[in-house]
Design a protein around this ligand. Sequence first.
Ligand SMILES: NC(=O)c1ccc[n+]([C@@H]2O[C@H](COP(=O)([O-])OP(=O)(O)OC[C@H]3O[C@@H](n4cnc5c(N)ncnc54)[C@H](O)[C@@H]3O)[C@@H](O)[C@H]2O)c1
Length: 442
Amino acid sequence: MTALTLAAIGAGNRGADVYARYALDHPNEADYIAVAEPISERRERLSVAHDIAPEMQFASWEELLSKPKLADAVVIATQDQEHTAPALAALRAGYDVLLEKPMATTLADCVALVRAAEAAGRVLQICHVLRYTDFFTQIYDIIQSGRLGDIITVEHRENVAYWHMAHSYVRGNWRRADETSPMILAKCCHDFDILYWVLGEKVSRLHSVGSLRHFRPENAPRPDVPARCTDGCPVEAECPFSAPGIYLQHRPFRAVAGALGLPPDADLSPYLSWPLTTLAHGDTRPATLRKALEEGPYGRCVYHSDNDVVDHQVVMMETEGGTSVTLFMHGHSHEQSRTMRYDGTRATLEAKFAAHNEILIHDHLTGETETRRWFGGLDGHGGGDHRLMAGFLQTLRDGTRAPLTDARAALESHLLAFAAEDARLTGGSVDMEAFRKRALVS
Ligand SMILES: NC(=O)c1ccc[n+]([C@@H]2O[C@H](COP(=O)([O-])OP(=O)(O)OC[C@H]3O[C@@H](n4cnc5c(N)ncnc54)[C@H](O)[C@@H]3O)[C@@H](O)[C@H]2O)c1
C-alpha cells in the first residue's frame, strides 16, 4: 500500500498528538509531508517527528494553502473559530479534508462548508470520533437490530469530570463562548451526533435549560482565596480543583495507578499525556508544569477565571417518530463518562462509556439480562480517534464511499446544538423543521 501524503494544519493536541501520531504508528498508510503551525515549538516538534523538509514547514495555513497542492489531503485541527476559513480554502485548492469538530462556530458557516465540499466533489470528514468506537458501534447495532423494539424514551448523559470541566471549560480553551463556542456545541455535538445516528431519526421539537451555576467569584470557598492556586491559597489542599493537585500531584488520576497495577502513590507522569500535555507545548516535566501554573491560564483559581460557558445544560427533544429524548450535560461528575438508558417495547438498554465500558440489555419477555463489560482504555476516546483516522484514509483510498461522518451527516448534530443554545437563551421551544429550513435557505 502506498502511503497517502498529508499536511497538518494546526499542530496542537489533536493535530500532533492524535492524528499525526496515527501516521507514526502506521507509516504504510499515511505520511505527513507538510505542516502549518504558528507556534514554533509545536511546528518543530511535529516536523522532527515526521522528518518534514524545512521548505514544507509553514507558520500559518494561509501560507501553506497559497502553494500549489502539495499533499493528498489536509488535517485541520486548529481551534474552533479557525475551522471555516482554512477548510474552505483547502477545498478550493483541491484537497480532501479531515476537519475537527465543531465543524464551525456559526450555523451559516456549517452550511457553507457542506455546500463547498459538495460543490467541489471533495471529501470533508468531521472528527465525530465516537461513531468509530467499538462501544457506540455496538449501541448502534443493538438499536438498529430492533432488539429493543420501538424506542419510547432515551436518557443520554455526558458526565464531564470535575477536573476536565475545570481544565477545558473554566481555565482553558473553551471557557468563553465568544472566543470559541457554547459548551453545548463544543462538548455535545458528539452526543447529538450519536443520538441522531443511533436512532436514525431527526428531532422535531426541543427545549433546553442550563447555566453557569458554580464557577463564579461568589462561590469561592473564602473571600481571601488568591487569583492563582500557586499564590499561597489557604484552601488549596482541600480544593478538588487545585491546579497543583490536578497537574503536579495527579490527584484525580490516582485510580489509574490501580488500573495499571501500580501502588497508589506511584509517580504517574510516564502514564499521563492529555491534559498535562496542554500546559507547555507537550513538555510535561514537573518544573515546566509548575512554571506554567505560576504564569499561564491553567494555574488560575476556578472562581477567578474569565469563564462564561455553562457548567450544566439539559436538552429535551422529541423525534419525528415520537421518541422522547433527554440529553444531560454537566461538569460535576466524579469520573469522565457517558451513560445512557434506552427503554423500548421489547427491552431496556443501560450502558456506560468510560475507561470501563458496560452494556446491559434487559429483555422484557424472558426477564434475562445480557451483560457486556470490557476495558476501553484510558484515552483516545475508546479507540475512536485512531479508527476515525483509519476510516478517513480508507475513504480516500477507495475514492467512492462517503465517510461515516461526512459534513452533510455532521450538519444535523450542529443544527441541534445551535437550536439548543437558542432555546436555553430564549426559554422557548424550537420547531426543528422551521429551524432547519431557515438555516438551509438563508
Ligand atoms: N474530536 C474530538 O473529540 C476533539 C477533542 C478535543 C478537541 N477537539 C477539537 O480539536 C480542535 C483543536 O483542539 P486542540 O486541543 O488540539 O487545540 P490546540 O490549541 O492544542 O491546537 C490548535 C493549534 O492550531 C494552531 N493554529 C492557530 N492558528 C493557526 C494558523 N493560522 N495556521 C495553522 N495553525 C494554527 C495553534 O497554534 C495550535 O497549536 C478544536 O477545534 C477542538 O474543539 C476535538
